[in-house]
Each structure stands twice: as C-alpha cells, then as structure tokens.
Design a protein around this ligand. Structure first.
Ligand code: AMP
Length: 214
C-alpha cells in the first residue's frame, strides 16, 4: 500500500492558505491539523491547556514552542497509521520545525508565495459587518448598497487589522519568523513553492503537483 500523504502548508496571512488547505483536505481526504483550531478548541472546552494558552491567543502572541510541539506531536500520534494529514499553522518557527523533524516525517512542505503587494491590495478592499461577521470586497463581492450590509442595512467598517500599514507589519513579522524555517526545508529539499496572485491559479498548480505525489 502507498504511504499516506503527509504534508505541511506554509503561507503568510492573507495568502489564501485556508482556501487551498480546504481544497487539499477535500480532494485527498487528509486530516486537517490546524494548530489555531486545536488551540481554540482547548480554550472553548476550558481544558488545562486551554487555560494555559488563552492569554497568548487573546494577545496575538505565539504560544511557547515546547507547548506547541507537545500538543501537535500528540495530535499527530493520535492519527491512524495509514491516515494522511496536513499540518496548518505549525510549525511556525525554526525551533518548532527542528523539533517536529525529530518526531515525525512528512513528504513535503507547500509554501504559498503570494506577493505582499497583492495581499495588501486584497485586504484593503475588505469591509465587514461587525455584528454578523459578513465580509464584503469592493472588487469582487460588493455590497448591494455601498457601505451597507445586504441583510440589515447597517454600516460596514474596515477592521483595524486590515489597514495597509497594519497588514504590512503583520506580513513583515511573519516573514522574519518563517524565513529561517523556509531555508531549513529548502536545504533538506522538502520545500515546494507555489507562486501566484489568486487562490484559483495557485490551486491548479498545487493539484497538478499533488496528483503526481499521491
Ligand atoms: P491561527 O489560527 O493559525 O492564526 O492561530 C491563532 C493563534 O494561535 C496565534 O495567534 C497564536 O497565538 C497561536 N498559534 C497557532 N499556531 C501556533 C504555533 N505554531 N506556534 C505558536 N503559536 C501558535
């Protein structure tokens, strides 16, 4: 029997990682191990770990490497032996990557390389209806009435997080943290980079590549 497909996915915030990851999971029937979702699950269930990590998530800080490595390697170990998986959001730092390498093997790390300019432009046009979380985009998903929510007619706003200067800062900090990890995987010939401006275009290349692997 062929070895199960085991992958990592890396990409800056706004690169469409969530969209691509969902398509991969649905197409290749992989377990989706999202570190953010797993942490949020612990917080909601008020587990010991949830209590320990809550303030990090509330403040947008990274959870300490040791906690993350323990959590994620335990999650991976709980998978059936023939189950394929994709890790999303982990590893985030070089130290997490090195520790993961001591515990687990995977086939390839997929890196979504979307130009920062494209991400900033995309987010700049995003408006939200805060009470419901409905999201609009001035380019490709306009509200029926400019500046108003389609359902309630209430005012739409831009998230402070989506302002170009804030987005750029977030991207720079992602780059600083993740670049050593990318170099690490490149050296081990475990990195496959997909460059593109839209998720649709990137997905075509990712699928072509994974069809050959799986
Ligand atoms: P995400 O949903 O991937 O944006 O993650 C939400 C939050 O969970 C992050 O802001 C961090 O506080 C925490 N987190 C998720 N993954 C990691 C990781 N690999 N290392 C450290 N903290 C993480």
């Amino acid at each position: 029997m062929a070895a199960p497909l085991r992958l990592l996915i890396l990409g800056p915030p706004g690169s469409g990682k969530g969209t691509i990851c969902k398509k991969i999971v649905d197409t290749y029937l992989l377990a989706h191990l999202s570190s953010g979702d797993i942490l949020r699950g612990h917080i909601i269930r008020e587990t010991e770990l949830g209590k320990e990590v809550k303030s990090y998530l509330d403040n947008g800080l990274l959870v300490p490497d040791k906690t993350m490595v323990n959590l994620m390697t335990t999650e991976i170990k709980s998978m059936a032996q023939n189950q394929g998986w994709i890790l999303d959001g982990f590893p985030r730092t070089l130290s997490q990557g090195k520790e993961l390498a001591r515990h687990e093997t995977f086939r390839v790390a997929l890196y979504l390389d979307v130009p920062f300019r494209t991400i900033i432009d995309r987010v700049k046009d995003r408006l939200v209806h805060l009470p419901s979380g409905r999201v609009y985009n001035l380019e490709y998903n306009k509200p029926k009435v400019p500046g108003r929510d389609d359902i309630t007619g209430e005012l739409l706003t831009q998230r402070p997080d989506d302002r170009p200067d804030t987005v750029l800062r977030r991207l720079e900090s992602y780059k600083e943290m993740t670049e050593p990890l990318l170099t690490f995987y490149k050296k081990k010939e475990q990195l496959k980079t997909f460059t593109g401006e839209t998720s649709d275009a990137i997905w075509i290349d990712v699928k072509k590549y994974l069809d050959l692997l799986s």
